[in-house]
Design a protein around this ligand. Structure first.
Ligand SMILES: Nc1ncnc2c1ncn2[C@@H]1O[C@H](COP(=O)(O)OP(=O)(O)OP(=O)(O)O)[C@@H](O)[C@H]1O
Length: 308
């Protein structure tokens, strides 16, 4: 029997007055996977995630979370999901450790609070009120609050925004660990390396719709446009090399003796280049195939202009 997805969003529409923030968006998250939702500012990521969390009511389409309705079945879902909002969601006057212990007591099988405090470097923050914590400490406390109940499904809205590299890596380790313990995780991020590191599946959202979906590898492979670089003696006859290559290939000498070939870089193209080099007495030094990064793909999909 096919297991139901942890998150199933079909044709979601969400409007703020005349503004359509989410426009017939589909999102399916398999149980036990990490899904990264990427998109430029204002793309609709937070609105989508907050609708999944039951904080916003859809204007159209359907949302099922662990098979339930996030608004109507909120009470049943609350103990099963963990939520880290982009900001707020934590009582500003409460002391950090008290709040965490209190949240832990609300759950049947909480994570060891002392261990969590140590893992997230919150030891020195215990008696400090939330409002007096630094931005990074607030962020780490919000993450601790989201995971302390050992949720089946965890929503993390930009979990590492503003964190130092140590805290970023501690967060990544925790996410990996929760996943290997069977949790399902949905995270939004502007860090492409974060998505590449953590995500089994990526959905790219733009103007309220999903414009691409796949594993990071699938997304980077799509289009098969890649770059081949090598060094050789300066002034090679690139017109002659291009004659040997497929028509849609480009070649350029970037700096004297440093060459870049762009096109469908496959074993055949590599063989043609090295054989052309052999015929012309050229040793192709530092020959390297450069894969597109998720950031390249993201910019190709969403363009380079700044969003409001
Ligand atoms: N409460 C609100 N009232 C009116 N408009 C809103 C509200 N919340 C969001 N919007 C608008 O809806 C659109 C989507 O916003 P949303 O916060 O979901 O985007 P996002 O992808 O999370 O952006 P970011 O990366 O900047 O966090 C934006 O145009 C935003 O201005």
């Amino acid at each position: 029997m096919q297991r139901q997805p942890a998150v199933e969003v079909v044709g979601l529409v969400k409007r703020y007055g005349a503004k359509t923030a989410v426009d017939r968006l589909d999102l399916t998250v398999g149980e036990g996977t990490v899904t990264a939702v990427l998109g430029p500012n204002g793309a609709g990521k937070t609105t989508t995630v907050e609708t999944c969390e039951g904080y916003r009511r859809p204007d159209g389409g359907s949302v099922r979370i662990l098979g339930l309705d996030p608004v109507a079945d909120n009470a049943a879902l609350r103990p099963r999901i963990g939520v880290m909002l982009q900001s707020g969601g934590v009582y500003p006057g409460a002391r950090a450790e008290e709040m965490l212990r209190h949240t832990a007591r609300l759950h049947a099988q909480p994570v060891d609070v002392d261990l969590l405090i140590e893992r997230l470097g919150l030891e020195s923050c215990g008696r400090t009120t939330y409002r007096r914590l630094s931005g990074g400490q607030q962020q780490r406390l919000a993450l601790a609050m989201a995971v302390v109940g050992r949720p089946e499904l965890l929503f993390l809205d930009e979990p590492t925004a503003g964190l130092d590299p140590q805290a970023r890596h501690a967060t990544w380790d925790l996410v990996r660990e929760l996943r290997s313990d069977g949790a399902t995780i949905v995270l939004t991020t502007h860090f492409m390396d974060e998505a590449e590191e953590l995500a089994d599946d990526v959905s790219v959202i733009d103007r309220g719709r999903v414009i691409a979906r796949g594993t990071p590898e699938e997304l980077c492979r799509g289009g098969a446009e890649n770059t081949l670089r090598f060094s050789g003696r300066p002034g090679l006859d690139l017109a002659s090399l291009l004659k040997a290559l497929p028509a849609d290939t480009a070649a350029a000498e970037i700096t004297p003796g440093s060459y870049r070939i762009e096109g469908k870089v496959n074993p055949q193209l590599l063989a043609t280049v090295t054989s052309w080099c052999a015929q012309h007495g050229v040793m192709p030094d530092r020959l390297a195939v450069e894969r597109r990064t998720l950031e390249d793909v993201f910019l190709e999909l969403t363009g380079r202009e700044l969003r409001g």
